[in-house]
Design a binder for this molecule. Structure first.
Ligand code: TMP
Length: 418
């Protein structure tokens, strides 16, 4: 189901690489464990009661003392994670606003062709083509069920994990922009990923990678964004280390609030510009993701998990009804970390048809439609999709009006109304 990972995928730090079957020379290089949630189910493995789960795998983070990259200790086989994938790009207003911001900031209006890697069900490309009908677009995504949804929106998709062959196929439209949103940290082979990017486009092409920024994870205690799909937790220092011997270089950096705090890295071919954008240097000098900082994060996250577990236990013990909102992958991590079952959390509301009437992975907690919140009017509702908290609270005002309370996880547990 998974393989062990011990060499830093950004800078190569780790045990010496030797051909299989030969005992490794011990070079003393070890990635350092910094956070461990034990055996966990796959965060998007939503199944009905009768279906068998894909299984459990260790969820443990290792830290690279050379380039600061944090990475999982195992790599779950991509064909297990992505063949029948239930994660759908959000259709929320928050997400559409983000697509619009990217459209404007990246100057999509002036472009002819865009390739999206990890195009999911084609929502972003369809949104952009709606704003510029003559834009040529093609997606690359390994999930056949999602590619089918993209085809229905008239978005052509190369159904494949992103590799050289997929890059060649997508390159048929000669993209002037290649964008990979929240997919780079799902990739195991970063050198292969960058080499495949470099196959596409021409001298002027921009390569844009959007990923969660590790500073936000550490600052905001976003431990629930750590799950098997996210193999790495990226810093600018780590991407610089990765690109050192590649044909591409970091050209600019922007930040966006989406998904709890993301960083958008624009890469260009080396030699495209003689000047180095001072923003890159600024990030490098400010980043301070030390081992001590990770240890602190680990301790604080464990305390936060305990706090939520205790608080909900107390509520359940006093006959209060508690539910969740947003069956995001984050919800799987929190529900499992807190050892919650249907006894504490009656159900989780979610508007994704592919998740409804299934169970939260590794638990007996059912996923139901969004309307259940008003129908059942539980005393408390934990917003697991905290990245959409404002939108979820605004559209469920009647729940608050009838006396319901939201619990919003974050650096502290917020109860609304207080
Ligand atoms: P994500 O943070 O991984 O995108 O997951 C958010 C989940 O929350 C996703 O399963 C959809 C769900 N959701 C709702 O059910 N209703 C909403 O209004 C929003 C914004 C999200």
């Amino acid at each position: 189901m998974y393989s062990n990972h011990s060499r830093c995928r950004a800078c190569g730090y780790g045990p010496a690489n030797v051909p299989e079957g030969i005992k490794a020379e011990d070079n003393g290089q070890r990635l350092i464990p910094v956070f461990d949630l034990g055996l966990q189910p796959l965060a998007n493995d939503f199944r009905s009661e009768r279906e068998e789960q894909a299984g459990f795998a260790p969820l443990k983070l290792l830290y690279c003392p050379r380039c600061s990259l944090a990475q999982l200790s195992v790599t779950v086989k991509p064909e297990i994670l992505y063949t029948n994938y239930s994660y759908l790009t959000s259709g929320s207003v928050t997400m559409q606003n983000h697509f619009d911001r990217l459209f404007d900031d990246l100057g999509i209006c002036q472009l002819n062709a865009v390739v999206e890697i990890g195009s999911n069900d084609g929502k972003m490309l369809a949104h952009w083509r709606h704003r510029k009908p003559e834009l040529k677009v093609v997606g690359v995504d390994p999930a056949r069920n999602l590619a089918q949804l993209a085809f229905e929106k008239n978005i052509g998709t190369v159904v494949s994990t992103f590799d050289r062959e997929a890059a060649r196929a997508a390159n048929a439209i000669q993209p002037d922009l290649v964008i990979a949103r929240h997919v780079f940290c799902h990739a195991h082979d970063w050198e292969g990923f960058i080499a495949s990017l470099a196959i596409m486009g021409g001298p002027e092409t921009r390569y844009v990678i959007e990923v969660p920024y590790v500073r936000e994870l550490l600052d905001k205690l976003e431990f629930d964004t750590i799950y098997h799909e996210h193999l790495s937790y990226l810093s600018v220092r780590a991407i610089e280390a990765l690109l050192a011997d590649s044909p591409l270089a970091l050209d600019s950096i922007q930040e966006y609030p989406i998904h709890g705090g993301a960083i958008l890295l624009t890469l260009r071919r080396k030699g495209y510009s003689d000047t180095i954008n001072p923003v890159v240097g600024r990030y490098l000098s400010q980043e301070n993701f030390t081992l001590e900082r990770w240890m602190e994060f680990s301790k604080d996250s464990c305390n936060r998990i305990l706090e939520l577990e205790n608080r909900v236990e107390l509520l359940a013990a006093s006959q209060k009804k508690v539910c969740g909102f947003g069956a995001s992958a984050k919800s799987t991590v929190t529900l499992r970390a807190c050892h919650f079952s249907r006894k504490q959390i009656r159900f989780v509301c979610d508007n994704t048809p592919q998740k409804q009437w299934k169970l939260s992975p590794g638990s007996d907690i059912p996923i139901v439609d969004e309307g259940a919140l008003l129908r059942e009017q539980p005393d408390y509702c934990i917003i697991f999709a905290w990245n959409f908290a404002d939108e979820i609270i605004a559209k469920n005002q009647p729940y608050l009006d009838a006396g319901g309370k939201f619990i919003v996880p974050g650096k502290t547990l917020q109860i609304l109304p207080a």
